[in-house]
Design a protein around this ligand. Structure first.
Ligand SMILES: Cc1cc2nc3c(=O)[nH]c(=O)nc-3n(C[C@H](O)[C@H](O)[C@H](O)COP(=O)(O)OP(=O)(O)OC[C@H]3O[C@@H](n4cnc5c(N)ncnc54)[C@H](O)[C@@H]3O)c2cc1C
Length: 337
């Protein structure tokens, strides 16, 4: 039960869901983004209904930078909580928010029955890799926001982790220290940045365990993006400050061909194959769940889930058209799967 800002008790936590008995090999979850317009919202709901039948452990909704996007995020995430059987996790960032506004956002989520929040600092609007500027009455780091949200009531908080290290961290040791600080501040789990080399995930897990055994027992949920376009994945990787391993890039470039338009079918086939083999290895290595970036399309993720034996394929998919991948705030996905 929340005390200061609203009422959100009674919903399970992400960690409860990961530990729940299940028939499949491993739980999975999916990430959605707030739609920009009515058409995008209809597409989102088609994906939501498709995934709902596959029983993900939870679904998360990203948080954009703009005011109207933010209102839509709360509305759509609230609708997920109220009109589906899914467990929504609302992302929340500190970008351009005073502490009073952050409290009120948490209250708005709680009022819609949402108690699972993924707490993030966010990136500077415009240029995600540009200099970070704290709101004068806001917070500097996600760790402070974790404390704030945990102090507002009975919320279940997750945070971001970075298999390759956060792009602003000077080294992996410092990156680990800051991740562990967020976990010690009350976060119950982390979800990683997308990555394409499973070794990076395994080394992150080793680092956290070595730094703090207790915090190292908290789930680190690996995030997978099934690639369906070379151009889009290159952009997504650039904006998130992560890296496409050169072997993967070469394979995709070869498939894309040298024509003016990339060979999307060939790139997509490699993307599905790559996501499937990453999933297999992560399951074998004991990952607690697999979290998929969907860009509000069901098809590619569903194929990977079917390949992994985590969900049966479904016939009714949204269109397969893809345009671009936005940075993490991914306010309005125009890309597809
Ligand atoms: C799973 C996931 C979901 C995401 N969802 C969204 C989203 O919905 N919307 C969005 O805008 N962005 C999202 N992001 C992107 C995220 O906001 C950015 O990657 C951001 O740059 C880092 O956020 P953070 O919460 O990790 O920040 P922090 O943990 O605050 O870290 C930011 C930087 O500060 C350093 N640092 C942390 N604490 C300290 C300290 N005490 N002293 C000095 N340095 C410190 C860290 O090492 C890091 O370099 C997501 C990222 C992930 C992995």
């Amino acid at each position: 039960m929340t005390d200061a800002v609203g009422h959100a008790s009674g919903t399970p936590s992400v960690v409860d869901r990961l530990a729940a008995p299940r028939e499949s090999r491993i739980p999975f979850s999916v990430e959605f983004s707030p739609p920009r317009d009515a058409e995008a919202e209809a597409r989102l709901w088609r994906a939501v209904r498709t995934f709902e039948q596959m029983r993900p452990a939870f679904v998360s909704m990203t948080y954009g930078a703009g005011g109207s996007t933010r209102d839509r995020t709360v509305r759509v995430t609230g609708d997920l909580a109220e009109t589906t059987t899914l467990l929504p996790v609302a992302h929340l960032t500190a970008v351009s928010h005073s502490i009073a506004e952050l409290r009120s956002m948490v209250g708005a989520y709680a009022d819609r029955g949402i108690s699972n929040i993924l707490v993030l600092r966010g990136d500077p609007p415009g240029d995600p890799l540009g200099p970070w500027e704290k709101h004068p009455d806001g917070v500097e780091y996600a760790e402070e926001l974790v404390r704030l949200v945990c102090g507002l009531g009975d919320f279940h908080v997750g945070v971001a982790s970075f298999p390759e290290g956060h792009h602003r961290a000077p080294d992996l040791e410092t990156d680990t220290k800051h991740l562990v600080a967020k976990l010690r501040a009350g976060a119950e789990y982390s979800i990683t940045q997308m990555f394409f080399d499973v070794e990076d995930y395994l080394r992150l897990r080793d680092r956290v365990e070595a730094y703090d055994e207790e915090q190292g027992r908290k789930p680190i949920i690996p995030e997978i993006m099934p690639i369906t376009s070379l151009r889009s994945v290159k952009r997504a990787v650039e904006l998130s400050g992560s890296r496409l391993p050169s072997a993967v890039e070469k394979r995709l470039e070869h498939a894309a061909g040298s024509g003016p338009e990339e060979n999307r079918a060939a790139v997509r086939a490699i993307g599905i194959d790559l996501a499937t083999s990453m999933g297999e290895r992560l399951i074998a290595e004991g990952a607690p769940a697999l979290h998929f970036i969907t860009l509000n399309f069901a098809r590619a993720t569903s194929e990977v889930l079917a390949n992994l034996g985590l969900a049966a394929p479904r016939p009714e998919f949204a269109s397969d058209a893809q345009a671009s991948v936005l940075p993490r705030e991914r306010a309005a996905p125009a890309a597809a799967s």
